[in-house]
Design a protein around this ligand. Structure first.
Ligand code: MF3
Ligand code: CO
Ligand code: CO
Length: 287
């Protein structure tokens, strides 16, 4: 691309004043053996505004869940709230029909790690720890976030697990800088979780997001420093550690093909943000 050409990012700005330094930086990193992102993972300004709006609405839907979740409610009732609230914003609950997923939201209770299917048989009770994971598509753009809820009074261990999992996510977020390696995220999370006596799930992780529910790169929450794809400004991805009170092993329920549980029956917690990498740091688009 020549200096006076309009930049490939659709900004209408001359290349030399727009992504030229960016491209040179990635070229240099590539020469040093780093995995650099393809251009399709660098969102345009217009795409970022679309994802920001989807993320904002996704957070409002989680706020609605927060207002309603309590002992005695079924996870199916929460699913209905998510479905109806999403309609109000002209959104679409992205899980519904995704690879055959039957509901609008994933709700994962106690030893369920993720992808729990809402059910009228599942009544929330005092002491439960519950992850509610919403993904919302608005105008073709996606936001993805999850929160933990403690129903009534939970055990000290359960409360610590929920707190530490959030601290791991917030610490990893605080360490985000442009052009770092995605593996650094997992290093920070795994180190902090283990220091607290917990273990981090390996098989599932975060992901690029924005134009689809799941994009590259995979965000491994147990990775090593300096490994994996470079996170460049304009990339949007999730961090969503799943942390177990016991061992890290998980299995998928053979009957429904979705529900992921801890192998040892121990409690599991998860928090998730959608994050935009910027030139100066990072910004949360949905939480
Ligand atoms: N929201 C989940 C994630 O964080 C994806 C759910 S896929 C579903 O990646 F099919 F289970 F809904
Ligand atoms: Co999610
Ligand atoms: Co996600």
């Amino acid at each position: 691309m020549r200096d006076n050409d309009k930049c490939w990012c659709k900004s209408e700005t001359p290349y030399a004043l727009c992504h030229k330094d960016f491209d040179l930086k990635l070229e240099e990193l590539k020469k040093r053996g780093k995995i650099v992102p393809p251009r399709k993972l660098i969102k345009t300004k217009e795409q970022i505004e679309g994802i920001r709006e989807a993320g904002r609405i996704n957070s409002l839907i989680l706020d609605k869940v927060a207002e309603n979740i309590k002992a005695g409610i079924t996870t199916e009732e929460l699913d209905k709230i998510v479905f109806e609230e999403t309609q109000k914003y002209n959104g679409r609950p992205a899980p519904l029909g995704y690879c055959g997923f039957p509901k609008s939201v994933c709700i994962s209770v106690n030893n369920v790690v993720c992808h729990g299917i809402p059910s009228k048989k599942q009544v929330l009770k005092d002491g439960d720890i519950v992850n509610v994971d919403c993904t919302t598509e608005v105008n073709g753009y996606y936001g993805d976030a999850s929160r933990m809820f403690i129903i009534g009074e939970a055990s000290e261990e359960a409360k610590k697990l929920v707190r530490v999992t959030k601290e791991c996510l917030d610490f990893a977020f605080s360490k985000l800088t442009p052009f770092m390696n995605v593996g650094d995220i997992g290093h920070h999370i795994n180190k902090m979780a283990r220091a607290n006596g917990f273990s981090v799930v390996k098989e599932l992780g975060g992901h690029g997001v924005g134009l689809a529910m799941h994009e590259d790169p995979f965000v491994n929450h147990t990775a090593k420093l300096g490994t994996g794809m470079v996170l460049a400004p304009g990339m949007v991805f999730t961090i969503e550690p799943m942390i177990n009170a016991g061992k890290a092993g998980v299995y998928i329920d053979a009957d429904d093909g979705w529900t992921v549980r801890t192998q040892d029956g121990s409690l599991s917690a998860q928090w998730e943000y959608t994050i935009l990498m910027t030139e100066t740091g990072a910004e949360i688009l949905s939480k």
